[in-house]
Design a protein around this ligand. Structure first.
Ligand SMILES: C[S@@+](CC[C@H](N)C(=O)[O-])C[C@H]1O[C@@H](n2cnc3c(N)ncnc32)[C@H](O)[C@@H]1O
Length: 220
């Protein structure tokens, strides 16, 4: 198991791993590997867009250092959230999910992982959770919605700290089936910039996801 440019992320060959915070348990059927009495969980880039972004060679500070607070929109069952909780056991990770079915599994996951705070809410209404969450160091969004950029900018406006960092996993085909990817990404960049967010870089997630482009931002 070797260190990587990303703090607390490890590599064995091409596979990425985090240290399992709850040894002996799997979250989504991932492989567990023990080396020198430390248990690692495989972080599958085909299942987690954040792992895909790292596997595509994201810069070492892609997540803006070690965040104390994270707002994660579209947590689903907690696949990616669980790895964030492995990476930063000391952080508060607020995980917003609107589907009650997915939320039930997220809640069960949170019971085993202190600092993981599930919120059953619609990310289109950040005013519902803004007061509980406060300004966060990292805003991460993975919701397949038509108005993804708008949801992201509203949440950044409500909850992103001045020196924070944001990652928008833009699902192009949820925005439109008609227009080319480049036009959709350009439009999203314009929306981010209009909301005073500086785009740091953009990375298509092929071959792990053909439909997603990651956009990393910081307040301008
Ligand atoms: C692709 S899945 C997320 C997978 C997850 N990010 C991961 O990597 O483990 C998208 C999730 O976003 C949720 N979602 C979609 N629109 C939402 C909204 N407006 N507010 C909150 N959650 C939303 C869906 O219910 C779904 O669970």
């Amino acid at each position: 198991m070797k260190p990587t440019p990303w703090e607390r992320v490890y590599r064995d060959g091409r596979d990425l791993y985090t240290v399992n915070r709850v040894p002996g348990t799997r979250v989504y059927g991932e492989t567990l590997t023990t080396v020198d009495s430390v248990e690692y969980r495989a972080w599958d880039p085909f299942r987690s867009k954040l792992a895909a972004l790292l596997a595509k060679g994201a810069p070492p500070d892609v997540l803006g250092g070690r965040p104390a607070t994270v707002l994660y929109l579209g947590a689903a069952h907690g696949t990616t959230v669980s790895h964030l909780s492995d990476l930063w056991p000391e952080a508060m990770v607020f995980a917003v999910e609107k589907s009650p079915t997915s939320f039930a599994r997220l809640l069960a996951l949170a019971r085993t992982r202190p600092g993981l705070v599930p919120i059953l809410a619609d990310a289109q209404l950040p005013e519902r959770y803004q007061a509980d969450v406060g300004p966060v160091d990292l805003l991460y969004q993975d919701v397949a919605q038509r108005n993804q950029a708008g949801i992201f900018t509203e949440n950044a406006n409500a909850c992103l700290a001045r020196n924070g960092r944001g990652i928008l996993m833009l699902k192009v085909r949820s925005v439109t089936q008609q227009r080319p990817t480049a036009a959709v990404v350009r439009e999203a960049r314009t929306a981010l910039q209009s909301a005073h967010l500086r785009v740091l870089f953009e990375t298509p997630l092929v071959p792990f996801s053909r439909e997603h482009v990651a956009l990393a931002v910081a307040p301008a």
